[in-house]
Design a binder for this molecule. Structure first.
Ligand code: ZN
Length: 311
């Protein structure tokens, strides 16, 4: 088990305005900002991480807010939906909250026997609240207005939109250890049994779909979770043996990462559980300071002036 893929680690998406993004995810959705840092590859912009109390793997949604980047378009070769698990009986609360806050919602629907409520964030990113078939036992983060009884406990699933599923399905099954468990129309559900939650990847097959444009309101990549760097490097070898290109190990301060583009066009990452978000801030202060990686520490004075204050 220790050298398996343990479901989703995090999902990273692109936003426009940082304050608007912060308000939506912390105030409306009730997530915790667990890390306020910069894009390590572009330190003039934030990298914001939202999750549960500790930012546990399988709860983390991260954003690069690029003011003025413009609206992206969802399409094939991308993750096109982020599914959050919520408790049975919570959807009335969420519908009312979304209405009050003018959040765009879709119709409540059934998918693989589970009830889902689709909604959009302010940049148009597609998300959904899902009542899992089997109750989620993770403890959610709680705010003044989003109490534990109705809060999301983290990811349920993500959906990848692809022109053809075959090659991507092989990555999920032959390399990552997922199994194809069911199909509804052009939606195929893959699950790993190594974890109880954040264990689902759906593939939506859209043979005539056009490629998306990666800007605000679209997902940038999907990260899968491994225990540690030893497990991660085993996957690096497996992926290379399938003639796919993959980066060397990259230190992201809160986890170690490998990136590769799966054959359907989605950027995948393999990220470690260690060292986690308490590497540079205590648990009760997560997300409250601007944290910089050592390579950008000398830019602190400039970045504190340049980056918009969030509050
Ligand atoms: Zn990532």
């Amino acid at each position: 088990m220790s050298n398996s893929i343990l479901g989703l680690h995090h999902i990273t998406a692109i936003a426009g305005n940082a304050q608007q993004n912060f308000d939506f995810y912390t105030r409306i959705l009730g997530l915790r900002l667990v890390k306020k840092t910069v894009n390590f590859d572009d330190p003039g912009t934030y990298h914001l991480y939202y999750g549960d109390e500790s930012g546990a793997a399988g709860t983390i949604l991260t954003f690069f807010p690029w003011e003025g980047i413009g609206q992206g378009t969802e399409g094939v070769g991308m993750a096109t939906e982020i599914g959050y698990a919520v408790p049975e009986g919570s959807l009335d609360f969420w519908l009312e909250r979304f209405k009050e806050n003018k959040v765009v919602t879709g119709e409540i629907a059934q998918r693989f026997g589970e009830t889902i409520l689709p909604f959009k964030d302010p940049d148009g990113l597609s998300l959904s609240l899902i009542i899992p078939e089997k109750a989620d036992t993770r403890t959610p983060w709680e705010t003044d207005t989003v109490k534990k009884e109705i809060a999301t406990s983290g990811f349920h699933s993500t959906t990848l939109s692809l022109q053809k599923i075959d090659e991507t399905a092989k990555v999920l099954t032959d390399i990552f250890g997922y199994s194809l468990v069911s199909q509804e129309g052009n939606r195929y559900r893959f699950i790993t049994d190594t974890v109880e939650t954040a264990s689902i990847v759906d593939i939506l097959e859209l043979p005539d779909g056009t490629r998306g444009r990666n800007a605000a309101g679209t997902n940038h990549h999907v990260a899968f979770r491994v225990k540690d760097e030893a497990a991660q490097m085993e996957f690096r070898e497996k992926i290379l043996s399938k003639n796919l290109q993959i980066t060397p190990k990259i230190d992201r301060d809160y986890f170690f990462s490998l990136y590769f583009r799966e054959p359907g066009g989605v950027l995948f990452e393999i990220a470690t559980e260690n060292p986690g978000f308490t590497a540079d801030e205590p648990l009760n202060e997560l997300g409250t300071h601007l944290m910089l990686p050592h390579q950008h520490a000398h830019l602190r004075d400039d970045l504190e002036k340049l980056l918009p204050k969030l509050g």
